[in-house]
Structures are given as structure tokens and as C-alpha cells.
Write a protein that binds this ligand. Structure first.
Ligand SMILES: Nc1ncnc2c1ncn2[C@@H]1O[C@H](COP(=O)(O)OS(=O)(=O)O)[C@@H](OP(=O)(O)O)[C@H]1O
Length: 347
């Protein structure tokens, strides 16, 4: 072979090697950025590290400074237990839970957590966190998950999807927690969101039309058809009307925590409160062993329902209706240690 031909072949081989190296590096760089985008801190959110479960962390804290928090949570658990005991002594209703009652209990197997979600108590953000925790690296930043995706039931596993022995095992060994809010503030939050926002058409159609038909004398045809201008007084009248719950259970946005999470049947290890939402949420994350890199999303919304706003909404509610409404939500008030609101004039 001529030396010139050999030289050309050598150059060809070198070119191919350089090209292959460039292509390989390019693929590696893309791969690296994909991983970094999903998990910028390079932390493995997948599975719990170490041998201590959240339950062990909660009941036997290693760090001494946690003991004050532990005492606070013990008091909240005792309050639930005492209220349940007092209620069972006076109530004739006694029943066993079925898997159907466990639809609100979201399970994270990797960190051994069960979260009972209560709508209007920042459950969207907690569902986002549960997706990060149970997503095995699929998500890292909760706020990158759109709110509507957090509410797609297929994106989270709930306790009713397991067999009875699996349910019992998880109820026994996982850390069970929920978040609660002052019941009437939660109700005003639900009313404002579902009945005063133009875009919530499905709620107007499904509930608004029914409420107006039942509660408004001389309603216009348009109001009966659209159901989009329900007044707070009408909403309250609907909630205290005995027909309402006889017809079908309350919608989850105004259903009591007692009925959604069954705190007298399920022993919750941790009761978080909306009033200390970020602190309590970050405590849960710390117990789950992810607190150093996963935080509860902070919030700057200025239109949040406040105590003052709730007081205003209740000003137009009659004494009789206030008393009847308190009866509907009484167990939630007592169980989670919310005092009778000062604006309430009970009969
Ligand atoms: N981080 C943080 N801090 C304080 N408040 C927060 C936070 N995240 C959500 N929220 C408030 O929670 C209310 C919405 O709750 P949900 O997500 O459960 O609503 S829903 O069930 O999905 O409709 C809604 O309350 P209102 O604004 O009073 O209606 C949100 O403002």
C-alpha cells in the first residue's frame, strides 16, 4: 500500500475516534443535566436512610431540644383521645372501618408515612410533598408539580388500595399524620374558593344550583341555571339542613375532619395545625429523615382567609344558624382544641 493511502486511512480512523468521543461526551453532558434538573441537590430522596423509622424518631427523639415539640404533640394526641372517649360514651353510633373509609389516607412506603389529607388545609402542597417523597426520584421540587396534577388520584397511593393485612401492617408501623384548621375558617376558605370564583363552574353546577333551589325564595331562572352566586348565608343554611347529609355525604371540602380521617378509629401520631403549618410540616419532614433538603413550600398569598375575614362572614348569620352550624362541626372544634370563636353568639 502506498504511504499516502495509509496516511489517509489513519486520519479517517482518528476522525472517527474524535467524533465518537465528542458524541459520547455530549450524551453524558445531556444525561448529567437531566439528573441535575430532577434533583439539583444530588440527594437521594428515594428511601429512608438509617435504621430509625419516623415513628421511632417521634416517640424516642435523640436530640434533647426536640422534647418540647414532643410534649406539644403528646398533648394534641391526648386531646383527640379524650374527646373520642367522651364522644363514644354519649354516642350510640359505633362502626368498624372499611377500606372505603381509607381513601383520604395517602401512603409513602419508602419513608413509612401515612398522610390523611383534609381539603382547605394546604393539602395541595402536602400532596405535592408526598409525590416527591414517594416518587423515587421522579420529582425533587414540589412547586414544579402543577396543582391539578397533585389532585390526580393515580399520582398517589391511598390505603384503600391495599389488602386488609397490608392495611393493618401499615397502620401499625407507619407514622400517621394529618393537618387541621379552625373549622369555621376552613369553611369560609371553602366557600370563597368554590362559590365566589368564576372558574369553579363544576361546583356552581353541582352544588350552587341545588343550594339556590333549596334556600332562595323567588330565585331567578338564571341563578337556578348557573348556581354561581350562592351567598354565605345560603351555604350555611344548606349545611345545617338535615336533608343535605341524608341525601349524600358532604363534599370533602366542607366535610368534617372527623368523617374524613376517622381520628377515633385511627391513632394519628402527629396532628399538625394550619396555624403553625410550616413549623409542623417541617417537623414531619425532619422525622422522615428528609428535613435537611426538603421543606414545606412557603407562601406569600395575601388573599388568604383570616380570622378577621371569618368574623365578617359570620356577622350576617342568625343566632339560630350559628348554633346549629357549631353542632355540625363541634367534634372538630373539641378534638383539635379550637375554642368557640369569640364572634359566635351561641343560643
Ligand atoms: N404554605 C402555606 N401557608 C399558608 N397557607 C397556605 C400554604 N399553602 C396553602 N395554603 C392555604 O391553604 C388553602 C388551600 O388549601 P388546599 O390546597 O387544601 O385547598 S384544596 O382542597 O385543594 O381546594 C388556601 O387557604 P385560603 O387562601 O384561606 O383559602 C391557601 O392559601
Amino acid at each position: 500500500m502506498k504511504p499516502a493511502l495509509l496516511e489517509v486511512m489513519r486520519m479517517n480512523r482518528i476522525c472517527r475516534m474524535v467524533l465518537a468521543t465528542c458524541l459520547g461526551s455530549f450524551i453524558l453532558v445531556i444525561f448529567y443535566f437531566q439528573i441535575m434538573r430532577r434533583n439539583p441537590f444530588g440527594v437521594d430522596i428515594c428511601c429512608r436512610k438509617g435504621s430509625r423509622s419516623p415513628l421511632q424518631e417521634l416517640y424516642n427523639p435523640i436530640q434533647l431540644e426536640l422534647s418540647n415539640t414532643a410534649v406539644l404533640h403528646q398533648m394534641r394526641r391526648d386531646q383527640v383521645t379524650d374527646t373520642c372517649r367522651a364522644n363514644s360514651a354519649t354516642s350510640r353510633k359505633r362502626r368498624v372501618l372499611t377500606p372505603n373509609d381509607l381513601k383520604h389516607l395517602v401512603v409513602d412506603e419508602d419513608h413509612e408515612l401515612i398522610y390523611c389529607y383534609v381539603p382547605k388545609v394546604a393539602c395541595t402542597n402536602w400532596k405535592r410533598l408526598m409525590m416527591v417523597l414517594s416518587g423515587r426520584g421522579k420529582y425533587s421540587d414540589p412547586m414544579e408539580i402543577p396543582a391539578n396534577e397533585a389532585h390526580v388520584s393515580a399520582n398517589l397511593k391511598t390505603l384503600n388500595q391495599y389488602s386488609i393485612p397490608e392495611i393493618n401492617h401499615r397502620l401499625k408501623s407507619y407514622m400517621k399524620f394529618l393537618f387541621v384548621r379552625e373549622p369555621f375558617e376552613r369553611l369560609v376558605s371553602a366557600y370563597r374558593n368554590k362559590f365566589t370564583q368564576k372558574y369553579n363552574i363544576s361546583f356552581h353546577k353541582r352544588y350552587g344550583t341545588k343550594i339556590i333551589k333549596r334556600q332562595r325564595k323567588n330565585a331567578t331562572q338564571e341563578a337556578l341555571r348557573k348556581g354561581d352566586d350562592v351567598k354565605f348565608e345560603e351555604f350555611v343554611a344548606y349545611l345545617i339542613d338535615p336533608h343535605t347529609q341524608r341525601e349524600e355525604p358532604f363534599n370533602e371540602h366542607w366535610q368534617t375532619v372527623y368523617s374524613l380521617c376517622h381520628p377515633c378509629h385511627i391513632h394519628y401520631d402527629l396532628v399538625g395545625k394550619y396555624e403553625t403549618l410550616e413549623e409542623d410540616s417541617n417537623y414531619v419532614l425532619q422525622l422522615a429523615g428528609v428535613g435537611s433538603y426538603l421543606k414545606f413550600p412557603t407562601y406569600a398569598k395575601s388573599t388568604r382567609t383570616t380570622d378577621e375575614m371569618t368574623t365578617e362572614f359570620f356577622q350576617n348569620i342568625s343566632l339560630e344558624h350559628q348554633t346549629q352550624l357549631y353542632e355540625v362541626y363541634k367534634l372538630d372544634f373539641l378534638m383539635f382544641n379550637y375554642s368557640v370563636p369569640s364572634y359566635l353568639k351561641l343560643e
